[in-house]
Write a protein that binds this ligand. Structure first.
Ligand code: G
Ligand code: G
Ligand code: MN
Ligand code: NA
Length: 249
């Protein structure tokens, strides 16, 4: 399998790159943070997105190394982006592999990034198996001062039960709900319900995949405090975040 051979060499060849998508405060429009999104710059295929290589990386046991690189790289870049939070996606495999909290602590120590500026994003699937052990790991990471966000909220199952068992710092409303805001009345009802939960629990909310002014307005009216999506910015290389921040001052 050519793809497998290529993937095994990708780290050493420096073919991975993190792109960063802006996250904004919906009422002020201010840039508050970024989400790191992994890209593989394949010599022949060009950019490969994570959906197209993370499953293979998991299968061949490469995800721990790639995940460690992602954490170090994201923390190192974010360290110079003053006052900005950095969100890093983590898959079930990475959490269940063991030693994840050590990896996080090391990335923070090496980069000098304050723990309060790092956020780990997991999906509900992470809690599906080995639930107690996983919650233990998440508690250890939280004890470092790192935030934990639930990604793609509303698309898995038993998500409400997990909210009772683990106190997330943020819920990210899946972009499928945001996409039909304004066209499908059930979407706004669901978004209202999620925002009701976040308010009641004292948890932050992020609306993903905001593409139109109309969606942003509806979310703001409903009291959503944070958003990301093409309306505010596509994922870009670190150098473009440097430029954005330099222009801001
Ligand atoms: O742009 P986008 O195609 O990057 O992301 C596709 C999916 O890949 C998303 O579900 C995202 O959470 C996931 N993803 C992006 N970057 C990473 C990463 O560094 N590690 C893991 N485990 N998943 C990632
Ligand atoms: O699952 P996760 O939320 O981590 O995945 C992020 C994915 O969403 C990435 O593939 C990213 O490129 C994509 N994305 C980010 N903003 C938008 C948007 O406004 N619209 C759409 N369709 N996709 C988006
Ligand atoms: Mn995410
Ligand atoms: Na998501």
């Amino acid at each position: 399998r050519a793809m497998e051979t290529d993937l095994r060499q990708a780290l050493a060849r420096g073919e991975f790159e993190l792109y960063y998508q802006p996250q904004v405060n919906l009422s002020t429009g201010a840039l508050t943070g970024v989400e790191a999104l992994l890209r593989w710059n394949h010599p022949e295929r060009g950019f490969v997105t994570p959906d197209n290589f993370i499953p293979l990386a998991e299968e061949i046991g490469l995800l721990p190394q790639i995940g460690a690189w992602v954490l170090r790289e994201a923390c190192a870049n974010a360290q110079r982006w003053k006052d900005m939070t950095i969100a890093v996606n983590v898959s079930a495999h990475q959490i269940h592999a063991g030693g994840f909290e050590t990896l996080v602590a090391r990335a923070l120590a090496e980069s000098g990034l304050p723990a309060s500026r790092l956020e780990i994003e997991i999906t509900e699937g992470v809690l599906l198996t080995q639930t107690e052990a996983t919650i233990g790991t998440l508690e250890q990471i939280r004890a470092l001062g790192v935030s934990i966000a639930m990604d793609d909220f509303g698309t898995g199952y038993s998500s409400l039960g997990y909210l009772q068992r683990f106190r997330f710092d943020k819920l990210k409303i899946d972009r499928s709900f945001i996409a039909s805001l304004g066209t499908d009345p059930s979407a706004s009802a669901i978004v209202d319900a999620v925002l009701g939960i976040t308010r009641a629990l004292g948890v932050r909310a992020n609306a993903e995949g905001v593409e139109t002014e109309e969606q942003a307005r509806m979310l703001c009216e409903r009291g959503c405090n944070e958003a990301q999506g093409w309306l505010f910015g596509r994922p870009v290389p670190a150098s473009q975040i440097d430029t954005l921040l330099a222009d801001r001052i």
